[in-house]
Design a protein around this ligand. Sequence first.
Ligand code: PMP
Length: 319
Amino acid sequence: LYDRDGWIWQDGEWLAWRDAKTHLLTHTLHYGMGCFEGVRAYAGPSGTHLFRLAEHTRRLADSAHALDMPLAFSEAELIEAQRECLARNSLTNAYLKPTLYFGAEGLGLRAQGLTTHVVVAAWDLGDYISLQAAAIGLRALTSSWSRHHVNISLCRAKTNGHYVNSILALNTAVKAGFDETIMLDPEGYVAEASAANVFLLRDGVLHTPEVTSCLQGITRDSVIQLARGVLGLEVRERRITRDELYTADEAFVTGTAAEILPLRELDGRHIGARAGAPKVGQPIAGDSVTAQLQRLYHQVTRGELEGELQAFQHWLTPA
Ligand code: PMP
């Protein structure tokens, strides 16, 4: 990842990719206090666009504020840095990772006198999720690891340290032969996947966990708006139990990188069997709500905005 050409933005300057280094005593490396975003750019018929860049940048600024990390750049400056990062690296279908971290001025837990640094790196992602993977979906295991409690961490902040918990949960599931994990909150209600939000469909109504232990996902919000505004579906944000996922007609996970991936099996239960869903391992039905939302999401992210989808033009920032 580090030995290649390209440019990384750091605190207002452009560093050659190979020279973009930091000191070993940087505070965030030792304690995990930092925050970041994952943003996608897509090439489409009307050029390259960054998807919901303003919302991602706002969530980054909110994370910094919640963590009490002083940020020396405005959201407008960070938006420009991300746009320029794409251009300088000649990227179209890309993943951008703006990150805030504390410098190496000290290692005390008081975190006083530390500089907050900001970097923006971007790399080519191509079509990260193949059509095949998007149709076959995921087999998941409910994790024995709980997701964070609101009084243990700041669940709305996209904090580096949170991901220790995600990695433990994901790798336990992967070692057991699954693709993904579903994490419960400390009270046992469904929270989210390792790096994605979760939805279920039952009797034509979409349900998703309310934002307590899960991240306030921007794809989650896009899906809610598309489901309500374009498909005319009712969407309820509420507490959900794991057996509701087992007995759902459809389920899927959402995230900037994952986009929308069907959740086909949880803890050995075939989701949607009662509703006549194809066997796990076979592609989902083209007329399923999951497939309809995948098509809509594909169109809005690539700027294929015809008819009522023109209302989502403001989600796209030209590169
Ligand atoms: N939950 C977690 C823990 C995540 O890391 C992500 C990915 N950022 C999501 C949910 C989905 O959020 P978004 O749709 O904003 O990418």
